[in-house]
Design a protein around this ligand. Structure first.
Ligand code: 5IU
Length: 258
């Protein structure tokens, strides 16, 4: 087993996009591979989570379309906090339409995602046109392709995941990695983000399926664990974030390549 690909500064050097390089560096500097999924419905709660959990994460993932009082000041404030605590912003918009439409969804509407999101994601389902148009709209963001999902009964097959990898390799100046539940690529410049992580629950009764931090990082080969309710609904979210960050990062360092 080659330990080299677990070396974050080595991976930062191999990165093909400014954003993945930054993520590797932040992981190294802060010794964390935790991504907080801040799925709250008002700006105040979102900013409070960013401020209090910010020191323990490398990435903060948003769903800005569930925020009831969203306006551009939400993003401005979020960017300031991201800068202060040194993490990157990931808008989990899951683009999935034709190229013409996704480029407008990415840059326009009320959210203007391209103006503030470091990371976005897309379903490869529509074909390579989706990646091309997102890239043409704004190549400063890095894109994750959804190669696998955590939900029970999802329709993704091994062939689909393999085709996702090919699409990523053909666009590696913009695609920085994957949302997946296992390691799709052995190329050290690609990042693997894994959702469906909880220490306490096996599922949420709504299709979500959970694995523990050590399972996703050690057994599934995740680089970054995405944790939402395990932190946001905890009695003490900051304490919970510290536990997830600790388990996640020690698992990352101990893992051999899978
Ligand atoms: N998310 C998943 N599974 C997936 C994909 C995205 O859970 O396959 I693609 C998102 C949904 C939610 C977060 O924003 O990750 C997980 O939140 P919880 O940790 O609260 O289940």
């Amino acid at each position: 087993h080659c330990m080299k690909t677990r070396d974050l500064m080595e991976r930062a050097k191999l990165a093909k996009h400014e954003v993945s390089r930054k993520i590797f560096e932040v992981m190294y500097q802060k010794q964390t591979n935790l991504c907080l999924s801040a799925d709250v419905t008002n700006s105040k709660e979102l900013l409070h989570l960013a401020e209090s959990i910010g020191p323990y994460i490398c990435v903060l993932k948003t769903h800005v379309d569930i925020i009831e009082d969203f306006d551009q000041s939400t993003c401005r404030n979020l960017l300031n906090i991201a800068h202060k605590h040194n993490f990157v912003l990931f808008e989990d918009r899951k683009f999935a339409d034709i190229g013409h439409t996704v480029s407008k969804q990415f840059t326009g509407g009320m959210f203007r995602i391209s103006e503030w999101a470091d990371v976005i994601n897309a379903h490869p389902l529509p074909g390579p046109g989706i990646i091309k148009e997102l890239k043409n709209a704004n190549k400063r963001s890095g894109c994750l392709l959804i190669g696998e999902m955590s939900t029970n009964g999802n329709l993704i097959t091994p062939a689909y995941t393999k085709a996702t990898l090919k699409m990523a390799e053909e666009n590696d100046d913009f695609v920085i990695g994957f949302i997946s539940t296992s390691r799709i690529s052995h190329d050290p410049h690609f990042l693997h983000f894994t959702p469906g992580v909880s220490l306490d629950c096996k599922g949420d009764g709504k299709g979500q399926q959970y694995l523990t931090p050590s399972e996703v990082v050690s057994k599934r080969g995740a680089d970054i664990l995405i944790v939402g309710r395990g932190i946001t609904l905890a009695h003490d979210p900051v304490a919970a974030a510290k536990v997830y960050a600790q388990e996640g990062f020690s698992g990352y360092l101990a893992a051999v390549d899978v």
